[in-house]
Design a protein around this ligand. Structure first.
Ligand SMILES: [Zn+2]
Length: 326
């Protein structure tokens, strides 16, 4: 369960590459501005000159030097903002722009703890999710196709064809992803194998990961394995503790294929605990399962079913096995 040294190094190399990219892009933005607005370069030079002069005065015992410096720099910055705006640039255009502003692409927070983006990378390694990216390249909102769904026969449960119904489901899911930052929410996809549950969760996952939300994608089997190791291994490794905590805290937890794992009273109570903790913390969860709500109640207790009924949007999926039509 622990990250190997080479995996750790690979994650850190990713951060170093990202920092170089951030710097490179900042340099490019600065060059662009200096070309279009030479006066900005002069203002930047004036800031440096000013700082050097005032530092000398300060060393010579001039106590007012620092105050003057602040005023002068404030003034120069104001002029710079004004010039940038004149060409439509935002005030922070020449600053560093980070992929993860929380850790400034270092992987670690100011207090020395691993950032959520590091934990996400770590889980990718620990749970063979390194292929997730290529799966998400194939399965996303842009590649979603209705051709595998029947557009002739009316599906009695929804009063329309399965293809028509899937258009609605697509819009719900797209809406869920688009409004995730403001609204959050929880989804339960139910339906037999091959109805598109995993494809739809992948669509949502890709959209959110692209917008830098912290997303964990685990099969129910892997999820319960983490819980079980955390609970029963007396000396849990640091990565395991991190992973456990991140499962409870990440912005979106996707539990794929609930009901296919070996189920017992431990998994039931852990599932309830995890769902409940996440609801209390207003963190979103998506569950996909081939069990009906009644079966979920039988397999995982009333408490789990009642949390789902009151807090989840249940999306049943119909039709034939689309994998057979691929
Ligand atoms: Zn980060």
């Amino acid at each position: 369960m622990a990250l190997s040294n080479s995996q750790y190094q690979e994650i850190m190399r990713g951060y170093q590459a990202q920092q170089l990219k951030d710097k490179h892009e900042q340099d490019r933005r600065i060059r662009e501005v200096y070309e279009r607005l030479p006066a900005v370069r002069e203002l930047d030079q004036a800031v440096s000159t000013c700082a050097v002069l005032r530092a000398k005065e300060l060393l010579n015992g001039d106590k007012e030097a620092l105050k003057r410096l602040r005023e002068e720099i404030g003034d120069l910055r104001e002029q710079k903002r004004f010039l940038l705006a004149s060409k439509g640039y935002p005030a922070d255009f020449m600053e560093m722009h980070y992929r993860c502003p929380d850790c400034e692409d270092t992987g670690y927070m100011a207090d020395g703890k691993k950032c959520h983006c590091f934990l996400q990378a770590q889980i990718k390694y620990l749970y063979a999710q390194s292929n997730l990216e290529s799966v998400l390249q194939r399965e996303n909102f842009d590649t979603f196709s209705y051709q595998y769904f029947d557009d002739q026969q009316i599906e009695p449960a929804v009063g329309m064809t399965v293809a028509g119904y899937m258009r609605q489901v697509y819009r719900w899911c797209k809406g869920f992803a688009d409004e995730f930052g403001e609204k959050g929410g929880n989804l339960l996809f139910t339906g037999a194998t091959g109805r598109g549950k995993t494809f739809l969760t992948n669509c949502i996952a890709k959209e959110l990961i692209d917008h830098y939300h912290s997303v964990i994608y685990l099969s129910a089997h892997d999820l319960f394995e983490v819980f079980s190791k955390y609970r029963f291994e007396s000396r849990s490794e640091e990565e395991l503790k991190d992973t456990y905590q991140f499962i409870l805290e990440c912005e979106l937890l996707i539990i794929d294929d609930l009901g296919t794992e070996l189920n017992n009273s431990f998994t039931s109570s852990q599932l309830f605990f995890c769902m409940n903790q996440r609801l209390l913390a207003s963190r979103s969860t998506i569950i996909s399962t081939n069990l009906s709500l009644d079966r979920l109640r039988d397999e995982y207790t009333d408490r789990v079913a009642s949390r789902i009924i009151s807090n989840y949007t249940v999306i049943p999926l119909y039709g034939g096995d689309m994998r057979l039509k691929l």
